[in-house]
Design a protein around this ligand. Structure first.
Ligand code: ATP
Ligand code: MG
Length: 501
């Protein structure tokens, strides 16, 4: 009793001292969880405690990963997804901006969906939503991606035509659709606007023309990726194991962002429709890597997933080189922030300001090499302890030595749309090496070829592959024979050299 009173008197002084002497790592019981119900990440730097991640002790299951290029963001994401799938059977959907996950996903037995290369999304698809809500969402995306918000009349005309297109296709605007109804497309919307223009009775034809012009960006032949009947059911993808939605071949950022927003909207709806279930761990993880436009906008559904995800066991994993590209709401709501190597003072200041870490941690982060990390966790605990700690390094699965040769550009449009024609050839390094040796290419040249392929992240267009070989002094016949050996069709090989002088 006496002791307690003395402590009370000295509480200020004591608090300071305990703070200084307390180890700068969370207590072991928060780091080392039941291995059958958590994900191993690595060993802590100061006390060597194995750290296993679970969201049950955290305020929510979402993660943000930041670090410069090459710091190991994607490596962490891959490691995390593989183990989550192993421990909890977690489904994952990667919104793959730059196509950097596809080789890995293929290799891991997942599904790669390449939008624009034979797969399409009709953004007017309802997936169980009421047409009126869907139309609002689409307009919301168009608001984010274009300046239509500044032209209220054009916006109104477009929204009106969109609703009309649903009605014409047999939907009731405020009703949940029946099972066998086929959604209209943006082409129907353009058509309605054009008809209105032709009637010639509308007061402001210029507004109509501009509205048509805007929507046409997404309906032109060859750029109508979102205005055709869908070939995929995004809702189902939330339960399909590992899925890579490769957006890299869409023509520009606007198309990619539109696809990403549609996917997030659909997943959010799916999450709400499915409601809560008491399965262990996380049901579905949605990965947004470098999708800054989508991660940064207040109106994006990434925010809704972050706000509501916990109760549905739905997690969002956002990775970015620039932490200021991640919306404040996301950033302040993720239960886990992973900081890898950071170079810019500006970003470091931002992180230190929002996460409030010490100068010691800051200095440590600035010395990081590849794979070293600081974790900031938001624990669900009334006890006070440090929430930031350092990991010696993220211990990942062995990097896979997979190389991909892309031949899509060599195919005619009808072949591109044909699912049965291979667009990409995958090789284990060891096999590719063997084929190069069989082609009587010398060992040091083979090494140089691999170095060039590594520089291109191990995915190359077949023309680049040929060019790399030519640059190493290999003659055309040898290259042709090599391509044949690895199974590339003669019709493709014959085209490759038309592009190379
Ligand atoms: N913890 C780690 N252990 C072993 N190798 C790693 C680790 N982290 C990253 N690497 C390797 O470092 C390289 C770069 O990593 P990664 O591609 O994950 O970087 P990134 O941060 O995603 O870069 P970018 O921003 O350019 O996409 C890869 O070859 C990867 O295999
Ligand atoms: Mg990456």
């Amino acid at each position: 009793m006496t002791l307690l009173r003395v402590q009370n008197v000295m509480s200020n002084e004591l608090a300071k001292r305990t703070f200084l002497s307390r180890p700068p790592e969370p207590p072991q019981e928060y780091l080392l969880n039941d291995p059958t119900n958590s994900i191993f990440i690595g060993v802590t730097k100061l006390f060597g405690v194995p750290f296993t991640w679970t969201y049950s002790t955290l305020t929510n299951p979402h993660l943000a990963v930041v670090g410069i290029t090459g710091a190991g963001k994607s490596f962490f994401v891959k490691t995390f997804l593989v183990r989550a799938s192993y421990i909890w059977n977690t489904n994952a959907i990667i919104i793959d901006w730059a196509g950097e996950y596809k080789a890995w996903v293929k290799q891991s037995g997942g599904k790669v969906i390449a939008l624009s290369k034979g797969d399409y999304i009709n953004i007017m698809d309802l997936s169980g939503m009421k047409p009126i809500d869907r139309a609002k969402q689409i307009m919301n995306s168009i608001d984010i991606l274009t300046d239509i918000g500044q032209y209220p009349e054009q916006r109104r005309l477009t929204a009106e035509a969109m609703e009309q297109a649903y009605v014409n296709a047999g939907f009731a605007l405020a009703d949940v659709p029946g099972p066998n109804t086929e959604s209209p497309t943006l082409k129907d919307v353009t058509k309605l606007l054009e008809e209105k223009l032709q009637e010639g009775t509308y007061e402001y034809p210029a507004e109509l023309e501009n509205a048509i012009y805007r929507i046409r960006q997404f309906t032109r032949e060859g750029e109508d990726y979102f205005a055709k009947k869908s070939t995929i059911d995004i809702g189902k993808l939330a339960q399909s194991g590992l899925v890579d939605l490769d957006l890299s071949s869409l023509p520009d950022e606007r198309f990619r962002a539109l696809a990403a927003m549609f996917i997030l909207q659909t997943l959010k709806e799916k999450m709400r429709q499915e409601g809560w279930s008491s399965t262990r761990g996380i049901k579905t993880l949605v990965v947004l890597d470098e999708a800054w436009k989508v991660a940064s906008d207040e109106r994006s559904d990434a925010i809704t997933i972050v706000r509501e995800g916990r109760k549905y066991q739905f997690g969002l994993l956002v990775a970015s080189q620039n932490p200021t590209d991640i919306n404040e709401t996301i950033f302040s709501n993720v239960g886990t922030t992973v900081m890898l190597r950071i170079r810019y003072e500006k970003f470091m200041n931002f992180l230190q300001g929002s996460l409030n870490f010490s100068g010691f941690i800051r200095r440590e982060i600035s010395k990081f090499g590849v794979g070293q990390a600081a974790f900031d966790m938001s624990f669900n605990s009334s006890i006070q302890f440090p929430e930031i700690f350092l990991l010696d390094r993220i211990v990942g699965e062995e990097p896979l030595d997979v190389y991909a040769i892309n031949v899509a550009e060599m195919l005619a449009p009808n072949e591109q749309a044909d699912q049965s024609i291979k667009k990409e050839y995958y090789f284990e390094r060891i096999d590719l090496n063997a084929k190069l040796i069989e082609s009587e290419i010398s060992a040091d040249i083979i090494l140089r070829i691999f170095k060039e392929l590594d520089k291109k992240d191990r995915i190359v267009d077949i023309r680049d592959m040929a060019q790399i070989m030519i640059n190493q002094g290999i003659d055309k016949n040898t290259i042709v024979n090599f391509f044949r050996k690895i199974g590339i069709l003669d019709s493709i090989i014959s085209k490759v050299f038309n592009f190379i002088s």
